[in-house]
Design a protein around this ligand. Structure first.
Ligand code: IPD
Ligand code: CA
Ligand code: CA
Length: 265
């Protein structure tokens, strides 16, 4: 498979390892279908054996090549490196609720930082066999072909995805934002996988995605993929994105980003 271009051999190796690891994780997820059991980490925050098994094999695949790198993974994986600037940020199954219900919208997400800057990202959708990838400065691809955002600039023609909190009431800021957005956008959906939403912004299937309840593993790969596809990613107020902070607004164009920050705040 073609990958985003880079002349840095280390980054080339990192990206090909991330793609391989994402495919390994995706296969584990599909192999567990029909035989996993479900537990709740907190209310409606589900986890299965597949989440753990996927993370385990992803980690093994990466560590075999980059034993000194740091790791942060959703299912209790946290290893800070004393000797390397690189850190892999892993969601072994983004969209666990969808997975549990048999709704085929979930993915493996692997982002790589160097000294805190995102340098590579891969999102793999095992249902559609779609691999989204990017390297810093090297562009973004879907199954090896270059991708770009829709470039939509007109909110009234735009389709967006929003995340909504579990059990939120009408006073919840995220619900208020959702209601406000309905007046301005053509369509607003909620899908259950932040990583795939970002992938969809990157390849032009949707024009915006926002959330105020994200973790770094939900977005590490997708932020870079959207940026490298020509989209804009900020926090909800239009400021600098920080994957360690839960809010994010990803848009097909700066124009849509600017208009949405006006509406969502
Ligand atoms: C969840 C999904 C969902 C988002 C939640 C995340 P998980 O990840 O990305 O779209 O709204 O905030 O926790 O738990 O399925 O990995
Ligand atoms: Ca997630
Ligand atoms: Ca997860």
């Amino acid at each position: 498979m073609n990958a985003p271009s880079t002349s840095n051999p280390l980054l080339t190796g990192i990206l090909s390892t991330a793609i391989e690891a994402a495919h390994v994780g995706g296969k584990v997820l599909q192999d567990w279908i029909g035989r996993f059991s479900v537990s709740e980490k907190s209310r409606a925050n589900l986890v299965t054996e597949a989440d753990h098994a996927s993370q385990e094999l992803i980690h093994q695949t990466i560590v075999a090549r980059f034993s000194d790198h740091g790791f942060l993974g959703e299912e209790g994986l946290c290893h800070e490196s004393d000797t390397s600037d690189y850190r892999w940020v892993i969601d072994p199954l983004d969209g666990t609720s969808n997975y549990v219900h048999g709704f085929p919208y979930y993915a493996v997400s692997i982002g790589v930082e160097k000294a805190g800057e995102l340098v590579a990202g891969v999102i793999f959708d095992p249902n559609r066999n779609e691999t989204f990838a990017a390297t810093l400065g090297g562009g973004a691809t879907l199954n090896g072909q270059p991708i770009s955002t829709s470039g939509e600039t007109d909110l009234s023609a735009a389709m967006a995805m929003a995340s909504l909190p579990v059990g939120g009431d009408e006073h919840d800021p995220a619900i208020k934002r959702f209601l406000m957005s309905l007046r301005h956008l053509q369509t607003v959906q909620r899908s259950g996988s932040a990583a795939l939403n970002l992938a969809c912004v990157a390849c032009g299937r949707i024009d915006a995605f926002w959330s105020s309840s994200l973790k770094p593993w939900d977005v590490a790969a997708g932020v870079l993929i959207v940026q490298e596809a020509g989209g804009a990613v900020t926090n909800l107020e239009g400021g600098r994105i920080d994957i360690m902070v839960p809010d994010l607004l990803a848009t097909s164009s700066r124009r849509i980003g600017k208009d949405l920050t006006g509406i969502l705040n």
